[in-house]
Ligand binder design. Structure first.
Ligand code: G4P
Length: 287
């Protein structure tokens, strides 16, 4: 799902999340492990205020494991509780309720000391579109939850989903907007599929991806598409386009006259990249 965000949407989204915050003990901030900064809402600290927060680096199966480890260390150093997960297979998902309880340990211990039996921890998942909120909710619930209200401005009654005996989750996530100021953020999001190709041109997205991959993941790109020559200067557009053409020829994207159909080649390359066919890659690193 891609939402066109306008100032009115943002205000409404923020208000909706802040209403939900009153109901919960802990917020689960979902980020895309491949680009934890670009998939992060710029106002998240102001929105969540002092609510205990657990950061989950989702889609870790698609990211570069070494870089994800750096991000885990980075967020820990920043004083955050952080986990990595793959919401589709459920890897790491079980740790979420354990970690959420750890965050509330002092409060829970106080209740126990007073003889009060602690109730399940109440949680809300927040994140920008496409980070895997619905997938994670379904995984935690152990069934498919119909997210009819999963749009800014559409409200419905809140439902609590039981996650084991220790956690309850609001069934509708908090939807946040990504950063817009930086054009590179838009391209990074588009490479991972978070921004659809109707918004940014597919060839431009593929160009950005190839430039980046040539610089940091050339062996993966080379192996997948059986490429010969590494572009010596990824800043040189002609060299990048030459790689796009080589990919197009490899995938048979040829139009009459033997020219490469760059739009088709771009779409194919991006689909393979997003599906993890080149292996794990990360679009940004903390250091
Ligand atoms: P959202 O609610 O935050 O908007 O995201 P949603 O759960 O709809 O997930 C977006 C896409 O990401 C889905 O793919 C989903 O299967 C995939 N996804 C979610 N979590 C993970 C993960 O941990 N690993 C991997 N590999 N994929 C994950 P989709 O149905 O194909 O949608 P789309 O790509 O066509 O938008």
């Amino acid at each position: 799902m891609t939402i066109q965000w306008f100032p009115g949407h943002m205000t409404r989204a923020r208000r909706q999340i802040q209403d939900k915050l009153k109901l919960i003990d802990v917020a689960i901030e979902l980020l895309d492990a491949r680009l934890p900064l670009s998939s992060r809402n710029p106002m998240i600290d102001e929105i969540l205020l002092n609510k205990p927060r657990l950061i989950v680096l989702n889609k870790s199966d698609l990211a570069d494991p070494a870089v994800t480890k750096e991000w885990m260390d980075y967020f820990k150093k920043e004083g955050h509780a952080v986990l990595m997960a793959d919401a589709t297979t459920g890897h790491g998902v079980k740790d979420i309720s354990v970690k959420a309880r750890e965050l509330l340990k002092e409060k829970i211990d106080r209740q126990i000391a007073k003889g009060i039996r602690p109730r399940p921890v109440r949680a809300l998942i927040v994140g920008i579109p496409n980070v895997g909120k619905s997938t994670l909710i379904n995984k935690l619930a152990g069934r498919s939850i119909a997210l009819t209200g999963d749009r800014p401005g559409v409200t419905k009654g809140q439902q609590w989903i039981k996650v084991g005996t220790d956690m309850e989750l609001l069934d509708t996530p908090g939807i946040l907007w990504p950063k817009f100021e930086d054009q590179n953020v838009g391209y990074r999001l588009a490479v991972t599929g978070a921004i659809k190709e109707e918004i940014l041109n597919v060839e431009d997205i593929a160009f950005f991806a190839i430039q980046y991959l040539s610089r940091y993941y050339w062996p993966k790109l080379q192996e997948r598409f059986d490429l010969q020559e590494k572009p010596l200067d990824p800043e040189d557009p002609d060299q990048v386009v030459a790689v796009m053409e080589a990919i197009g020829r490899k995938r048979g994207c040829i139009v009459s006259g033997g020219k490469v159909d760059l739009a088709k080649a771009s779409g194919m390359m991006l689909r393979e990249l997003r599906a993890g066919k080149l292996g794990g890659f990360s679009m940004e690193s903390p250091y």
